[in-house]
Design a protein around this ligand. Structure first.
Ligand code: ACM
Ligand code: ZN
Length: 520
């Protein structure tokens, strides 16, 4: 496999037979025309070849026609499995499901000369793939990346680029963190002030909550048409978008728009600095639940995702302790304290979501005060929450900050890096991540659905900066989640990355250079 570098590395690859060369008059033969057209659209810009898509049963092709053939395969354990055979005049891609074909397309893009990633015709390239047989399927069914668009807003063209990059590395989930103290980013028709007022802040603190502010208004939001466009764009590339609507905490932008939804009922301002806010949604007022059901109702109409993320993290209880309505709720429901009130809050939302056929997903704080009966837990404060939830029979997505937080510094030499959250997560640590902790009983391990990297954007005002923090660490996450290797040879990873990173240059993606003497 010396001359082939793929990220993520496939489960099985053997060199075999003759080189496959893509000719200008090659056919794409496919049962599913739309799939064939998508492959053609990946290959057209750089090659300039207008590869016609032909139905599988048209019988026009002869044995020696140069062709890429998409064939149905028998079901296998993973709905994302595919196999690929390259040799002579044919490149044969087999899968049982659409997602398998889509992964195969990305493998083809990585196998061809790197110039295939260009958006403009690159003349004089021999578009060839070494003779090979490849069988591939992922170790985990949840392979995600999260993006916080609340702390900084990113325009639609970057959202699409982000989705393209997820697809390139065979992620299947985009966790879109849409609401925050510092900005509400999703249009809600019934409550327009959420984006009119909550979508914008007056200015932003400089540095790690210094006394100085930049004097620049910041904001923006996605219209429902844009959200639908993103969902369709992602779906066509095999990516599910899981929306996150934060409750009961991280809600100051919403409270600024509708102050009656907070315990104090007034005095809110879309936050201009970072950290945990004491102001959260009131748990005592019924109108809060009417409001949240309105919001989630529109969210369900926009997002087909089975999972809806409701946040649940970092909700201080000071306001609830002092609020007559919240205290009356505790009395009326026979709850022991404010932690049980949070649990009651989440259960109420879960019941509403479950009645509409969706599953609730929340950060690991939803364990406090008792977990809602069907909840899936996203373990972020290390792995303990995930271990407890899995052992209690709940599904878990692992995203421990110690291995998966891409907002942490990439190097111990923080002075040479752009400002970040004061914590360190070098590439090697990401690569060492073992997704299933030994403390989870064997018969409960199936509850670990997979994992994801999280990108919190307090200190990432631009998409270039997001890319720098993502790469190359997100590639290591993709590799870990796809094949979960027993042995982690870091030197080998670095070697593979050294060969692969020019792909990011070809894709116009910013990234951190590998640590090596030359770059030191
Ligand atoms: C989180 O990082 N607050 C989930
Ligand atoms: Zn209250």
């Amino acid at each position: 496999m010396t001359d082939i570098t793929l990220f993520p590395q496939p489960a099985r690859l053997e060199h075999r037979g003759r080189i496959f060369s893509l000719a200008p008059d090659a056919l794409i033969i496919a049962q599913d025309r739309a799939l064939g057209e998508l492959l053609a659209s990946y290959l057209r810009p750089a090659t300039g070849f207008a590869l016609p898509v032909q139905a599988a049963d048209s019988g026009e092709s002869s044995a020696d026609t140069n062709a890429i053939i998409l064939e149905s395969a028998a079901e296998s354990d993973s709905p994302e499995a595919y196999s690929l055979m390259a040799g002579g005049t044919t490149l044969r891609l087999r899968a049982a499901h659409r997602r398998g074909f889509l992964h195969g397309f990305q493998t083809i893009r990585q196998l061809l000369p790197r110039q295939i990633l260009s958006r403009e015709v690159v003349p004089g390239v021999d578009w060839r793939i070494p003779g090979l047989e490849l069988d591939d399927e992922p170790a985990f069914g949840w392979r995600g990346l999260h993006l916080d668009v609340g702390r900084h807003f990113f325009p639609m063209d970057f959202i699409k680029k982000f989705i393209d990059l997820l697809a390139f590395y065979k992620f299947n989930t985009f966790h879109w963190h849409l609401t925050e103290d510092q900005g509400w980013r999703i249009e809600i028709k019934k409550h327009p002030r959420l984006t009119e007022i909550g979508g914008f802040r007056a200015e932003t603190v400089i540095g790690l909550n210094s006394p100085e502010y930049d004097g620049q208004p910041h904001g923006g939001f996605y219209t429902q048409d844009e959200i639908r466009e993103a969902v369709a764009y992602a779906g066509a590339r095999g990516i599910t978008i899981v929306p996150e609507i934060e409750l009961p905490g991280h809600a100051v932008a919403a409270l600024t728009a509708y102050p009656q939804l907070g315990c104090r009922g007034e005095g809110y301002e879309v936050r201009k600095n970072w950290g945990i806010a004491e102001d959260i949604f009131c748990a005592g007022k019924d109108e809060v639940f009417d409001f949240l059901e309105d919001v989630l109702g529109e969210v369900l109409d926009l997002f087909p995702s089975e999972y809806i993320h409701i946040g649940g993290d970092e909700a201080p209880k000071a306001r609830w302790e002092a609020c007559p309505a919240c205290q009356a709720r505790i009395q009326a429901e026979g709850l022991a304290d404010e932690h049980e009130l949070q649990s009651w809050f989440i259960r109420r939302i879960e019941g509403w979501l479950n009645a509409r056929g969706r599953k609730l997903l929340g950060w690991d704080e939803i364990l406090e005060g008792g977990l809602a009966p069907n909840a899936t837990v996203m373990s972020w404060r290390g792995s303990d929450g995930g271990i407890a939830a899995a052992n209690a029979g709940h599904d878990v997505v692992m995203t421990p900050n110690t291995y998966c937080y891409l907002d942490y510094y990439q190097s111990v030499d923080t002075d040479s890096e752009p400002l970040a959250i004061p914590a360190i997560l070098p590439l090697q640590q990401v690569w060492d991540y073992v997704v299933i902790p030994a403390q989870i009983a064997k018969e409960k391990r199936h509850h670990i659905l997979g994992g994801q990297g999280n990108i919190w954007t307090e200190f990432m005002p631009s998409s270039d900066h997001v890319e720098y923090m993502m790469f190359p660490r997100a590639i290591a996450i993709a590799d870990v989640l796809w094949r979960h290797p027993q042995e982690r040879d870091y030197a080998a990873l670095v070697e593979r990355l050294r060969r692969h990173l020019p792909c990011l240059d070809a894709l116009g993606v910013n990234y951190r250079l590998l640590d090596e003497p030359d770059n030191a």
